[in-house]
Ligand binder design. Structure first.
Ligand code: TZP
Ligand code: MG
Length: 238
């Protein structure tokens, strides 16, 4: 069976993808971090915690699944297909050195999303060949949220992937309110953020600031026929 159309539609409509980092967020709880990001307009939440055990991730993941379901927001788990399956997240995000795409898909099942991080043209083309559901492309700019990050790809690769490839992609790495416009102008339809939102004292407000610029950009520049839905009640936003 093919991945259900609802999930595909969701991916195409992602605009703001917020990844958790509890260390950066200080002493806020996961529930608080994610609820605030959702209130601010995040379309997708990724649970990423490089220090938590699988059991801890399952525990937190179940709570975040509940919160995201109620809000009609997509929920992705970083690194662990097994945890994804147990907590019934929408999908898993893997890196080039993690479980392979094929193996991750086998574990989570056909109807769940498997996303893959890519850092150059070869990896992007390989992801397309493999039938990856969406890719992360980055780091677009310098980032401090990843240990040993790959070299900065710059906005040139964002332009290339948006012009040449049909695969859904999310731009990631060092994106802030100050450089957001450059990334959007380069063709990115979904912006992924860790530190600029996690480090904010007011996560809801920081998320809102990103979302406002993104919505404004697409309102004025969107030339595709994509219909933007409110993911919760399916009303057409424009
Ligand atoms: N993959 C490529 S860059 C990155 C990941 C997980 C970190 C992005 O974090 P930030 O803080 O938005 O630069
Ligand atoms: Mg990983």
């Amino acid at each position: 069976m093919n991945m259900n159309e609802d999930l595909r539609e969701k991916i195409r409509n992602w605009r703001l993808y917020v990844i958790t980092d509890r260390q950066l967020a200080g002493n806020k709880s996961y529930e608080e971090i994610v609820s605030e990001a959702i209130k601010g307009g995040a379309d997708v939440i990724q649970l990423r915690d490089k220090f938590a055990s699988k059991d801890e991730l399952i525990n937190v993941g179940k709570k975040l699944r509940q919160i995201t379901i109620e809000a009609g927001v997509s929920f992705i788990v970083n690194d662990y297909p097994e945890v994804t399956k147990i907590v019934d997240a929408d999908g898993v995000h893997i890196g080039q050195k993690d479980t392979s795409f094929a193996e991750a898909k086998k574990i989570v099942g056909e109807n769940k999303i498997v996303g893959l991080s890519t850092h150059n043209k070869e990896q992007i083309l390989e992801a397309i060949r493999m039938g990856v559901d969406y890719i992360g492309v980055g780091p677009v700019f310098e980032t401090t949220s990843k240990e040993n990050p790959d070299p900065v790809i710059g906005i040139e690769l964002i332009k290339w992937v948006s012009q040449k490839c049909d695969i859904p992609f999310v731009a990631i790495g060092g994106i802030t309110l100050n450089n957001l416009d450059k990334v959007l102008s380069s063709g990115a339809r979904c912006i992924t953020v860790i530190s600029a939102i996690m480090q904010a004292s007011d996560i809801k407000r920081a998320t809102e600031q990103f979302k406002k610029i993104i919505n404004n950009f697409f309102y004025h520049n969107d030339t595709t026929n994509t219909t933007i839905y409110n993911q919760k009640d399916k009303t057409i936003l424009y």
